[in-house]
Design a protein around this ligand. Structure first.
Ligand SMILES: [Zn+2]
Length: 94
C-alpha cells in the first residue's frame, strides 16, 4: 500500500495496534474515555486520509468527548466485545 505516510513513523512499538487492524473482519474500533463513556468509532475517514498504518494511539488526540476530554483512549476489539455500558458522546474531531 502506498499511502506515503508510513515512512514517517519511526518510533512505533512493535505489535502496537494499527488503525488498519480495526477494519479487518470481526474487528471494530472503540473509544473509551476516563469518564466512563464508550463509543464505536468509524475508522473510514482516517483510512481515507492514509492513516491505516498509524498506531491507534497516535489518533487518540483527534477524539473529543462531551465531558471535555481532549484525548480519548482507542481500542481495537472483536465484534463480540461490544460494551454493555453507556455508549456515545465521543466523536472524531479531525
Ligand atoms: Zn469523557
Amino acid at each position: 500500500m502506498a499511502d506515503g505516510t508510513s515512512h514517517q513513523i519511526a518510533t512505533v512499538a512493535y505489535g502496537a495496534p494499527r488503525l488498519g487492524h480495526a477494519t479487518q473482519a470481526r474487528s471494530s474500533l472503540w473509544a473509551v474515555c476516563r469518564c466512563g463513556r464508550q463509543a464505536g468509532i468509524d475508522p473510514k475517514p482516517w483510512i481515507c486520509q492514509g492513516l491505516a498504518r498509524h498506531p491507534v494511539e497516535a489518533l487518540e488526540e483527534r477524539l473529543r468527548c462531551v465531558c471535555g476530554a481532549r484525548r480519548v483512549r482507542l481500542e481495537v476489539r472483536g465484534l463480540a466485545e461490544a460494551p454493555a455500558s453507556v455508549t456515545g458522546g465521543i466523536y472524531v474531531f479531525r
